[in-house]
Design a protein around this ligand. Structure first.
Ligand code: ME8
Length: 651
C-alpha cells in the first residue's frame, strides 16, 4: 500500500432494514473486515464503517406490513445487523444508522450546498419507479414496458414534483475520472461497464419524493416540507456523515475512502451518482469502489420462496466463523459469482485448512517434541535452507498489493505457496532419516524453517482468520501485531529461540454435512416477469413465484368507470372515477392517455387492484391501479368478458 495513504477508510454498504441479514451481507462485511484488520496490523490509521439504511418507501411498506411504525421496525432490524456483526467479531469502528440525527443533519447540509451551487433545481418528474430498488427508470430501460430491469418487479408510473440533481453536468468529469484512475472501479471489467453506461448519456436525477414521508426532510432554508430526500442520496451520504460531515467534522481527515466495498447490484449508485455528488460538494473522490459478485446456493438463486436463503449464523454455528471467512474469500475470485455448497465448504476446511495448514503445525509439534523437547532455534536455518526461505519471502512479498487490489482469492492462493514449500521440505528432506544419520543440526534447522514459515503465514492469514492465527502464533511464542508484522513480514528477522506449545488440532476433519439441505427445488420455475437479475438473489426476493396466500393479499375487483378526465399538462395520465360498489367512486390516476381518450372509458368496466396504498400522482390522490396489458402493438385494458356488478371480486 502506498506510504502516502496513512489513513485508511473502509466501508460496507449500509444494509436495508427491510429484511434480516443473510450470507450476501456477511460476505461484504467479512471482506471489509479483512481489509480493516490488515491495515491496522500494518500500522495504518484505520476507520471501518458499516451500518443500516433505514429510510424510503420500501422500509415504510415493510414496517406497515408488520403493523409497526417505520422507526420501531428499523430499530429492531438494525439491532439484528449489529448483533450479528458483534457475534461475528466484525471490527467496525462505527455503526451508522441513517435515522441518526447527525446523519440527517449532514445530508441536509450537503443538499443545501448542492442547491446553492446551482446543481439542484425543481421540476416535475414523470417516470417509472421501482419501489424494491428505490430507482426511477426510463421507458426504454423497462422490460416489457413495465417491469424493472434490475429486479423484474412491476414498476409504477410516478408523476410528481421533484428536485433534480444535475447529473448530466458531471458526465464529462466522471468519464475523465474513470479514464485517469485505472483502479477507481474494481474489478476492471466493471469499470468498462460503467464507462459504457455513462458514455450513453446521463439524465438529471430526481432526488426528492412527495408521495411518502419516511425520509430526511429538506433543509429548512428551502421551505418545502412536502418533500423527503431520495433514499440513495440519503444513503450514500452516510460515508461522509459518519466522519462528521456537516457537524463536528471530527474524522474528516479519513476522507477520501480507501475503498467502498459493495455488491455488483449497487455499482451504478456508487460509481456514478456518488462521485458526481462528491464533485458537486467539492470533495475528493474515493480511491476504489470495489464490487463483488453474487452468491447462489447449490447453483441456484437464493430466494425466500424456495426457502434456500442462507443464514450466515447457521453456517457459522455449524462450521465455525473463521472457516466460513476463509471459504468465502478463497472460493470465489473477487467480482465473480460464487456458489455456496456445504461440500465446497467442507473441502476447503478439510483440505486447505486441515491438511495443508493444521497438519503442518501438528507435524512440527510432533517432530520438535521428539527431536528437541519442543525447542526451536533459528540459528542454523539460513545455513541449510536459504533457498526455501528466499522462495517463501518472495511469495510473502507479493501478497500485500493483491489484498488492496481486491484479489483476495489470489492472496490466499499465494499465501498457500509457503505452506506447500514447508510440506514439501519435510517430505523431501525426511528429518527422521536425518536424525537417524546423525544430522541433528540439519533436522532441527528444518523444524526452524517450518516454524518461521508458519509464523509468516499466520501473520498474513490473520486478517482472514484472526483468532485461529492468534492460536498458531501463541503456539510459536509470539503475538500478531504491528511489531511482529514489521519483523517477520517487512523485515528479515527470524523467530527467537522458543519452546513450542502443544495445542489441539485446529481443524478437526469434518466428515458429514452439518446443516440440513433446504429448498432443494431443482426445477427453476419460470418467472412471469421476464428477465431476472442480480438483485433477485437477495433474501427479500421471491423470484416471481408466490404462494396462493400471497396472491390473495392482492384484492382485485371489477369497477365501472363513471367519469374520465384529462390531466392538465400531463401527456400520459387520465383521471378516472371508478365505481367499486363502495359508498362513493374512487379516484384513480392511470398512465393510459396515449391509448385511450376519456370518452372511450366512461361506462366501461375495468379491473382494479383495490387494496393498493393510495399514491399521489401530480398532486392527485390515486386510490387503486387499473390492470392493462401492453405489447409492441400498444396497451389494452383488462376487462371482464361480460359485464359484472361493480365491486365484484376477481380471483
Ligand atoms: O442495497 N450475494 O442494501 P441491501 C452477495 N441499502 N452479496 C449480496 C447478496 C448476494 N446474494 N445479496 C446482498 C442496499 N448482498 C442499500 C445500500 S449503500 C449507500 C446503500 C450484499 O440490504 C451486497 O453487498 O440491499 C449488496 O450490495 C448489499 O448486500 C445490498 O444490501
Amino acid at each position: 500500500m502506498s506510504e502516502k495513504c496513512k489513513k485508511v477508510y473502509i466501508t460496507t454498504p449500509i444494509y436495508y432494514v427491510n429484511d434480516i441479514p443473510h450470507i450476501g451481507h456477511a460476505y461484504t462485511t467479512i471482506i471489509a473486515d479483512t481489509l480493516a484488520v490488515y491495515s491496522r496490523m500494518a500500522g495504518l490509521d484505520t476507520f471501518f464503517l458499516t451500518g443500516t439504511d433505514e429510510h424510503g418507501q420500501k422500509i415504510e411498506e415493510a414496517a406497515r406490513k408488520r403493523d409497526k411504525l417505520p422507526k420501531e421496525y428499523a430499530d429492531e432490524i438494525s439491532a439484528r445487523f449489529r448483533k450479528l456483526w458483534d457475534e461475528f467479531d466484525i471490527s467496525y469502528d462505527k455503526f451508522i444508522r441513517t435515522t441518526d440525527e447527525e446523519h440527517k443533519r449532514g445530508v441536509r447540509k450537503a443538499f443545501e450546498k448542492m442547491y446553492e451551487k446551482g446543481d439542484i433545481y425543481k421540476d416535475t418528474y414523470s417516470g417509472h419507479y421501482c419501489i424494491s430498488c428505490e430507482t426511477f427508470f426510463t421507458e426504454t430501460q423497462l422490460v416489457d414496458g413495465e417491469f424493472c430491469p434490475e429486479c423484474g418487479k412491476q414498476t409504477n408510473i410516478v408523476e410528481e414534483e421533484s428536485y433534480f440533481f444535475r447529473l448530466s453536468k458531471y458526465q464529462d468529469r466522471l468519464l475523465r475520472w474513470y479514464e485517469e484512475n485505472e483502479k477507481c472501479i474494481l474489478p476492471k471489467t466493471r469499470r468498462n461497464e460503467v464507462i459504457r453506461f455513462v458514455e450513453s448519456g446521463l439524465e438529471d436525477l430526481s432526488i426528492t419524493r412527495t408521495s411518502f414521508d419516511w425520509g430526511v426532510k429538506l433543509p429548512k432554508s428551502l421551505n418545502d416540507p412536502a418533500h423527503v430526500m431520495y433514499v440513495w442520496l440519503d444513503a450514500l451520504m452516510n460515508y461522509l456523515t459518519a466522519l462528521g460531515y456537516g457537524g463536528d467534522e471530527k474524522r474528516m481527515d479519513y476522507w477520501p475512502a480507501r475503498v467502498h466495498l459493495i455488491g455488483k447490484d449497487i455499482l451504478r449508485f456508487h460509481a456514478i451518482y456518488w462521485p458526481a455528488f462528491l464533485m458537486s460538494l467539492d470533495m475528493p473522490l474515493p480511491k476504489h469502489i470495489a464490487a463483488h459478485g453474487w452468491w447462489t446456493r447449490n447453483g441456484e438463486k437464493m430466494s425466500k420462496s424456495k426457502g434456500n436463503v442462507i443464514d450466515p449464523k447457521e453456517v457459522v454455528d455449524a462450521y465455525g466463523l473463521e472457516n466460513f471467512r476463509y471459504f468465502m474469500l478463497r472460493e470465489v475470485p473477487f467480482g465473480g459469482d460464487g456458489d455456496f455448497s456445504q461440500k465446497a465448504l467442507m473441502d476447503r476446511i478439510n483440505s486447505d485448512l486441515g491438511n495443508d495448514l493444521g497438519n503442518l503445525l501438528n507435524r512440527l509439534i510432533g517432530m520438535s517434541a521428539k527431536y528437541s523437547e519442543g525447542e526451536i532455534d533459528s540459528q542454523n536455518l539460513r545455513e541449510y535452507y536459504s533457498k526455501e526461505l528466499e522462495a517463501v519471502n518472495d511469495s510473502i512479498g507479493r501478497l500485500e498489493p493483491l489484498l488492496f487490489d481486491m484479489q483476495l482469492h489470489r492472496y490466499l492462493e499465494e499465501l498457500w505457496r509457503p505452506l506447500s514449500i514447508a510440506n514439501k521440505a519435510i517430505d523431501s528432506y525426511q528429518p527422521w532419516v536425518m536424525m537417524k544419520e546423525g544430522k541433528t543440526e540439519e533436522a532441527l534447522a528444518l523444524n526452524a524453517l517450518i516454524a518461521n514459515i508458519l509464523a509468516k503465514v499466520a501473520i498474513m492469514l490473520h486478517p482472514v482468520m484472526p483468532r485461529t492465527t492468534e492460536k498458531i502464533a501463541s503456539a510459536l511464542s509470539f503475538v500478531i501485531d504491528n511489531e511482529s508484522y514489521r519483523k517477520y513480514i517487512k523485515g528479515d528477522e527470524l523467530l527467537p529461540k522458543f519452546t513450542i506449545e502443544r495445542i489441539p488440532p485446529l481443524f478437526p476433519r469434518i466428515e458429514e454435512v452439518r446443516m440440513e439441505e433446504k429448498g432443494a427445488v431443482k426445477e427453476e420455475k419460470k418467472s412471469p416477469k421476464g428477465k431476472g437479475s442480480d438483485k433477485g438473489a437477495s433474501a427479500e426476493e421471491s423470484d416471481g413465484v408466490i404462494s396462493i396466500e400471497q396472491f390473495f393479499q392482492t384484492t382485485l375487483k371489477v369497477g365501472t368507470v363513471v367519469e374520465a378526465h384529462e390531466v392538465p399538462k400531463s401527456k400520459k395520465l387520465l383521471r378516472l372515477m371508478v365505481d367499486l360498489g363502495e359508498d362513493s367512486p374512487r379516484q384513480i390516476v392511470a398512465g393510459i392517455k396515449e391509448w385511450y381518450s376519456p370518452a372511450d372509458l366512461v361506462d366501461t368496466q375495468v379491473c382494479v387492484v383495490a387494496n393498493l396504498k393510495p399514491a399521489k400522482l401530480m398532486g392527485m390522490l390515486s386510490e387503486g391501479m387499473i390492470l392493462a396489458a401492453k405489447d409492441d402493438s400498444g396497451l389494452s385494458l383488462v376487462r371482464p368478458e361480460k359485464p359484472k356488478k361493480a365491486g365484484t371480486v376477481i380471483g
